[in-house]
Design a protein around this ligand. Structure first.
Ligand SMILES: [Zn+2]
Length: 85
């Protein structure tokens, strides 16, 4: 049985911890995005604006993998990310 992102998150609430989930699939991405829209505290935690409601997929993927938002000082290589937003 394929678990839904919600079920996955119930089993592993840490999924909403920046840097925990690692590389995430679309279902997990959409789950995190939905939680971000609902929870101001989570938005702050993920480095987004308190009132922000739109999130670029790659920004979420970046935090899930690297714990923080991409900056010009970031040592990651954006090339592994898909530009799908
Ligand atoms: Zn980066």
């Amino acid at each position: 049985m394929i678990r839904t992102a919600k079920q996955f998150a119930d089993m592993e609430p840490e999924i909403l911890e920046p840097g925990y989930a690692g590389e995430i699939d679309t279902r997990t991405l959409n789950f995190i995005k939905r939680e971000l829209r609902r929870r101001p505290g989570l938005r702050i935690k993920w480095g987004f604006g308190k009132d922000q409601q739109r999130f670029a997929d790659n920004d979420i993927r970046h935090v899930a993998l690297f714990e923080n938002q991409h900056t010009t000082d970031c040592t990651c290589d954006w090339s592994w990310l898909t530009r799908d937003d």
